[in-house]
Write a protein that binds this ligand. Structure first.
Ligand SMILES: *[C@@H]1O[C@H](CO)[C@@H](O)[C@H](O)[C@H]1NC(C)=O
Ligand SMILES: *[C@@H]1O[C@H](CO)[C@@H](O)[C@H](O)[C@H]1NC(C)=O
Ligand SMILES: *[C@@H]1O[C@H](CO)[C@@H](O)[C@H](O)[C@H]1NC(C)=O
Ligand SMILES: *[C@@H]1O[C@H](CO)[C@@H](O)[C@H](O)[C@H]1NC(C)=O
Length: 540
């Protein structure tokens, strides 16, 4: 086998990409923040120029997130908690995918530009590798089932990116040499995803409520939306994207062995059953939004260990509505369609998205709370009170991450995969119908991205309450709004338990109050800006 040096590969890669048309490639500025040198300069259409502005916003948000919050020595975001760090890592991997996916290199390239892109990608990819070692895995192994499943989704996102980038990097050429170096991380990422998937799978319980995942092994049974959505999303993502794992540590048994395979039917089965259970659980409200979850009336564990199962049914509903509970299900819907070809999964997703958009008031942009936002912009209920917890600050970004995945066009490798998994392959008409529905969300997405952008401060950091522009002139109006809203009787925001205190409603920009700007709020902006980049690059 002929071995090629890295330099030879790059030269041949560049040669392959020498301009076919007279158009010049996007040039990459060495410093993405240098206003004198826009990131992309192109002779292409206005649409492309516009989407390159969106890409610039994505890169700026990512750079500020990593420079401000990521601690390279520790390999993690120092102020994050374990699950929000797992989500931050997912955003970084998904953003890399979005950047590379959206770049149209096919119209010709200049080698130095490509080398600079390579450097941008490698910089952040290396940081995800640092995080592999910085992630608090020993603690996470004993946390709630949803915590474990965020870990699964994060490392699958990393292997998805590596697979895509390795293919893209080769650009159709078959190099008789070692593949893209980043693939070295994938077996480790796959191993971690597999181990945490197995740890979480024991949360499935049929002794109560005829099924469903339990949220937390050490608390009274609570079957909530997020854990079930995560189990459905993680199961179908394992089925589709898990590249296999030959590392049997930390244990191997006959039951666990089944989970090591690629396209494992056990993963598909878990996805179908948890998706179905959740859909039929009665967890949605009249607006069609997922509420938080079910307790079992009367369930009790006596000190001697005896359990009184109470009614044994999911009959005590926590009616709080959060943005992230409308998001993760979308990845499950998309994956189940890809794995089965069944249109109903896509319809479920579009219905949920439509309900969310309606619950922001859109296209109405007045100041009245509509259930999940106001002014056409997504909000957490806690946003207006400036008391969102670290959990609450993470939610909107999760929604947009999964919305973007839901509407991400299929790559050629995914179409091939579907052809192998679904008899006859995917129905093109259904796929095009799906893309058309996705395209129709663009205005709402731009509206939300622009609202998030308006919260950006001089350091490039974003706030949590997207409806309040940075240094707003209308501060008195916002302050009155902040104390002006209450939850329906009997609903308690247990994820953001702080009461509005006068110390939160002090001075300064509203988005600096409460917990202020954090890696979590930054990741939320990153996600919505990336959605804008995807919609502009793909759908306009
Ligand atoms: C593109 O950008 C121009 C100038 O910023 C703006 O007027 C136009 O509406 C944008 N087009 C789209 C499709 O966003
Ligand atoms: C696992 O080992 C088998 C047999 O050696 C090999 O074919 C396969 O590619 C390996 N899978 C992974 C993910 O390394
Ligand atoms: C455990 O305690 C409960 C409540 O005191 C009692 O009803 C039950 O019989 C006890 N079970 C055992 C096995 O002792
Ligand atoms: C606050 O609530 C009162 C009573 O519902 C309403 O009249 C007022 O307009 C609200 N203020 C704002 C800023 O929304």
């Amino acid at each position: 086998m002929r071995k090629l040096s890295a330099a030879t590969i790059l030269v041949s890669l560049c040669a392959h990409l020498t301009p076919v048309a007279a158009t010049r490639i996007p040039a990459v500025a060495p410093h993405v923040n240098d206003p004198q040198r826009p990131l992309l300069e192109t002779a292409r259409t206005a649409t492309f120029r516009n989407s390159s502005e969106a890409l610039q916003d994505v890169l700026d948000a990512l750079e500020a997130m990593q420079e401000t919050y990521f601690d390279k020595f520790a390999g993690t975001w120092g102020d994050a908690i374990d699950w929000t760090a797992a989500v931050a890592g997912t955003h970084v991997s998904a953003t890399l995918t979005g950047i590379v996916d959206g770049l149209d290199l096919s119209f010709g390239g200049v080698c130095s530009d490509l080398l600079q892109w390579e450097n941008v990608v490698n910089q952040y990819y290396t940081q995800t590798a640092f995080f592999y070692f910085g992630e608090n895995v020993f603690a996470l192994r004993n946390q709630a089932f949803d915590d474990m499943l965020w870990v699964v989704l994060g490392w699958l996102e990393s292997t998805k990116f590596a697979d895509m980038y390795a293919r893209r990097h080769e650009n159709g050429q078959e190099f008789e040499t070692s593949p893209w170096h980043g693939l070295q991380l994938s077996p480790m990422a796959a191993h971690r995803a597999r181990v945490f998937y197995e740890l979480a799978s024991v949360g499935w319980d049929e002794s109560l409520c005829n099924g469903g995942m339990t949220w937390n092994p050490s608390l009274n049974p609570y079957k909530n939306a997020i854990t079930n959505e995560l189990f459905a999303a993680a199961s179908i993502s394992m089925y589709l994207y898990f590249p296999g794992d030959n590392n049997s540590a930390p244990f191997i048994s006959s039951t666990q062995e089944q989970y090591h395979k690629v396209h494992n039917p056990a993963h598909l089965e878990n996805a179908v059953k948890s998706y179905k259970w959740l859909k039929e659980s009665g967890m949605r409200n009249q607006a069609g939004l997922y509420q938080d979850g079910f307790h079992v009336t009367g369930w009790h564990r006596f000190p001697n260990g005896t359990i009184n199962p109470g009614t044994g049914h999911c009959d005590d509903l926590d009616r709080m509505v959060y943005t992230y509970n409308q998001g993760v299900m979308l990845t499950a819907s998309r994956g189940l369609w890809l794995a089965t070809g069944a249109r109903s999964y896509l319809d479920d997703g579009h219905e949920l998205i439509t309900n969310v958009i309606r619950a922001t008031g859109w296209p109405n942009t007045d100041n009245i709370w509509r259930g999940l936002g106001r002014g056409g912009t997504l909000e957490e209920f806690c946003d207006h009170g400036l008391y969102c917890s670290q959990d609450g600050q993470t939610f909107k970004g999760i929604f947009f991450l999964h919305l973007t995945e839901f509407c991400r066009p299929l790559r050629a490798s995914e179409k091939d995969m579907a052809f192998r998994l679904v008899v006859g392959g995917l129905d093109d008409q259904i796929y095009h119908y799906h893309l058309e529905r996705c395209a129709a969300y663009s205005k709402w997405i731009y509206h939300n991205a622009d609202a998030a952008l308006a919260t950006k401060n001089q350091a490039g950091l974003f706030g949590m309450w997207w409806n309040v522009p940075y240094q707003t002139a209308h501060i008195a109006e916002w302050e009155s709004l902040a104390g002006n809203q209450s939850l329906p009787a009997g609903v308690f925001d247990h994820r953001n338990p702080a009461l509005i205190s006068s110390s939160l409603i002090s001075s300064g920009d509203p988005n600096d109050r409460g917990r202020g700007r954090t890696v979590e709020t930054q990741s939320g902006a990153l996600a919505v800006l990336r959605a804008k980049w995807q919609w502009q690059a793909v759908y306009s």
